[in-house]
Design a binder for this molecule. Structure first.
Ligand SMILES: *[C@@H]1O[C@H](CO)[C@@H](O)[C@H](O)[C@H]1NC(C)=O
Ligand SMILES: *[C@@H]1O[C@H](CO)[C@@H](O)[C@H](O)[C@H]1NC(C)=O
Ligand SMILES: *[C@@H]1O[C@H](CO)[C@@H](O)[C@H](O)[C@H]1NC(C)=O
Length: 159
């Protein structure tokens, strides 16, 4: 004879709730610690705004800019940017908040590296992505707004 359970067995709680509680704790911390820069690195909960980094070839003089961005886990491939063109990428910080993206920038005989996203660097969460432009004097600048010429120019990585 076949018997039918009237309802599924009750979920077993106990140890299974611990990862959930840890996640809730981190979510609470990340809301509490939100800040523009220099905040304690915390993970982005999955539902939170994502990060976006964009790079513009502002070199002028029809100079092509080759940009190759990577993190420990991602290789975004070589991007060839013609004058005034741009590309952007989006990502979530990893669980530990240690996500770092670095790019190489090559044009003519110039070759430089720059860490475009670091845990304690500028906040690049949408709707305020980080826009960088490489300008005619060969400097990389973080634009305060993508359409305004108001920026912070930064030294390339050493080595
Ligand atoms: C801002 O404008 C100046 C003068 O036109 C120019 O030399 C510079 O490259 C511009 N900076 C950026 C980040 O576009
Ligand atoms: C390049 O131009 C930027 C913006 O005008 C300026 O802050 C920076 O010092 C210049 N760098 C060099 C090497 O001339
Ligand atoms: C970036 O490129 C897109 C087209 O790919 C263009 O519509 C947009 O205006 C560009 N933004 C800037 C700030 O150059």
């Amino acid at each position: 004879m076949t018997t039918f359970s009237p309802s599924p067995p009750p979920p077993r709680l106990g140890l299974a709730v611990i990862p959930f509680l840890v996640f809730m704790l981190f979510s609470t911390l990340s809301q509490t610690c939100e800040g523009r820069t220099g905040d304690f690195p915390v993970p982005d909960p999955p539902e939170e705004r994502h990060n976006e980094v964009a790079i513009i070839n502002g070199l002028g003089s029809n100079q092509v800019l080759n940009v190759h961005c990577k993190s420990k886990n991602d290789d975004l491939g070589l991007r060839v940017l013609s004058t005034n063109s741009n590309f952007s990428f989006t990502f979530h910080r990893n669980f530990w908040g240690t996500t770092l993206f670095f790019c190489s920038f090559q044009w003519g005989s110039q070759f430089h590296w720059y860490d475009v996203y670091t845990p304690n660097g500028p906040d690049c969460r949408t709707p305020n992505p980080c826009w960088y432009s490489v300008i005619p004097n060969g400097t990389i600048c973080l634009l305060n707004h993508p359409t305004e010429n108001d920026s912070t120019c930064l030294p390339w990585n050493q080595s």
